[in-house]
Design a protein around this ligand. Sequence first.
Ligand code: ANZ
Length: 849
Amino acid sequence: EDVYDFAAIQAKWQPIWDELEPFRTSDPDDTRPRKYVLDMFPYPSGDLHMGHAEVYALGDIVARYWRQQGFNVLHPIGWDSFGLPAENAAIKRGIDPRGWTYDNIAQQKKSMKLYAASFDWSRELHTSDPEYYKWNQWLFLQLYKKGLAYRKDSWVNWDPIDQTVLANEQVLPDGTSDRSGAIVIKKKLTQWYFKITDYADRLLDDLNQLEGTWPAKVLNMQRNWIGRSIGADVDFAIEGREAVVSVFTTRPDTLFGATFMVVAPDSDLAAELVADSTPEVRERFQDYLVQMQKSTDIERQATDRPKTGVFLERYAINPVNGERLPIWAADYVFADYGHGAVMAVPAHDQRDLDFALKFGLPVRVVVDTTAPLTGTLPVITPGMIDGTEELPLDPAPLDPTETGLALAGEGRLINSGALTGLSKNNAIKRIVEQLTADGTGRSAKNYRLRDWLISRQRYWGTPIPIIHGQDGAEIPVPEDQLPVLLPSTEGLDLKPKGTSPLGGATDWVNVPNPIDGTPARRDADTMDTFVDSSWYFLRFLNPNDDTQAFDPKEAEKWAPVDQYVGGVEHAILHLLYARFITKVLFDLGYVTFTEPFTALLNQGMVILDGTKMSKSKGNLVYFTEEIDQFGVDAVRLTMAFAGPPEDDIDWADVSPVGSAKFLARAWRMAKDVTSAPDVLWKTGDPALRRVTHRFLADAPGLVESFKFNVVVARLMELVNATRKVIDTGAGPADAAVREAAEATAMALNLFAPYTAEDMWQRLGYEPCVALAQWRKADPRLLVEESVTAIVQVDNKVRDRLEVSPKIAADDLEGLARASASVIRSIGDREIVHVIVRAPKLVSIVTKPV
Ligand code: ANZ
């Protein structure tokens, strides 16, 4: 009873909270302003780990904070429970992924409850429940109806270990799978896509709304991922071919410098051009293609990769000057970007220059990058500015064939017909106008973003609600027949084999055509689990509603999410998909907002000795062990105290022991206050009161700017100051000590809820401290040091003010005039004179009116 025993405190309060459900958010008549605080939901692989311990500690600070500030806070949790790890574990152990998944959920839930994050458990959801994935299928059908879900044949990223396709976003920069680590290869398959590219502009432009509330790093990653390029399409006639070939270029101004054309070897265009070429070319090309397919896109993009290619012995005609340009196939050009073909301008594009130098192709400079851009000279030749001044420049070092460096910068056009003399930007404008007028070109935009491939050839996911007729027709499963339930794994071979295991569920896959009853087959692929997490924040609003995915009225009330908290590993995929689906739902009229997450906080990682923790490295710190050893509160407090939330936490550098000691010290304060023999309410130590009120005043701003570690440091100061007064000052019965202990309990609610609740009870309050409102600081106690200023009215002392010794005369006079007793004693008399001697005296002289 008398020593701080975290295990006993945890065991005491957990059942009480379970009973009281203080974080249940359901009262429809609640008139408080609302906040939706959401932590990224976990994937249930095994028990919670230290990464979870961090995110749920930090997110909970925010949720608990807003409750104390008088908000009705929604803080739900669920499980992202479909996905490959469950399936792989199931295959390895020969068990059902369901059992594995739901066992892990039970374990995680137990840990999460012990961890005391302030979740509304009544809203818990699992994406692998039919009650949830039914609505994934509904969502799919809404996209399908709008033409935003479609099937196409294409080269896809293929994970040869997991034997499934991957979204572009799942291929890591080194060309490996973010799932299995395998080198990702290309394979041609018919797959389902969501048409996210239709939303590219909005996904890009709306990022501006998030400026300042999302980390700048994430905004940049999203911008680069979408990768909008503004330029032009230019049409080149092809000798011996009826149709023109268009190329996308961001530098149409360099058209006069084009000396060859390059097509992507794996494009249909290349195949067609080769088909009409010589047998030797065909053979060389085939060898090249086979060679190329061994390399990843990342390798192909590498700028330092030696250039390779095959001359196709075909020619394109430059629309501006009729020049004949040889056509090559080379792997630095990609089939799925722009038109899969480029006009090569080696003088001004480094890849083209490397290629030209290797294969002896001509290089022609058409932009003088040494010429300044001011001045109004219509025609300029190298070495001249405004026709008068000699440029003191030797053009020789700038020759790209000698330096090996393309001239990429700004400059003035040379050797370019009517464009000559124009600045780069004016030349771009002029040439696009001319091409448009001639019908040989037009302005164009391109995106790095590709459509979202959502088919997976795996079992443990949401079945795609489409039936394929014998005639190849796609028939959407009627909405009233949803959900299409996953068949049981009984008799199914889950092992990856390149086609979905669901295809082997004969009874499930063979169904009558819903239109005419003829034999038909269900689509056997399942959806990427990023579909599940793209809208889960809406399902939390009414997770048990079996009539709709979410209630638009509830969405109106609660959404978008005010504060989203989670790992930066989701900076692209999950956030982009959620933003996309939100915009689709907006267009369909289901929600009234276009961005799902108003503010985003990314926490760093928990690492050990400077390295990422992982099972394979054998440097895991186990959640349960830390909790058992130091207690929930000490672990949570350590997470908050370690540093700014976005920084990584090196678990070797932090001290949960120190946190536990601090908590014991804080807890003892409450005990001392209430066991003091003399409980007379004394005036209160003014110095301690000032520390307390300064803390109460500063903590909110610090929490709102996520400086949790600073709040903890300030709280430690407060506890130290209080201890001093208890031990060597006025003693535990001083009113200032009680005030400090109450403020401490209130603040600890953010970081150490068990300790806080126990203190709160000892201080004589009913649970729950989490629902108590933050005390307002008394402004009079916020002055640093104070002196007493006397306020006289007609030579009689009417008030004493605690003010800063540095107070300005005007401020002091203002305070004096605002004093209630001064106002009362002046009554309706008129002030004739005010003498101010800051900081000590204000003397007011009046006369009757
Ligand atoms: C001629 C040119 C001249 C180019 C010059 C650049 C500089 P971003 O900015 O990424 O959009 N390109 C077009 N389609 C391509 C493809 N399928 N595979 C590889 N490269 C392709 O890049 C646009 C530029 O990349 C285009 O502008 C084109 O090269 C090339 F001085 O056209 B440029």
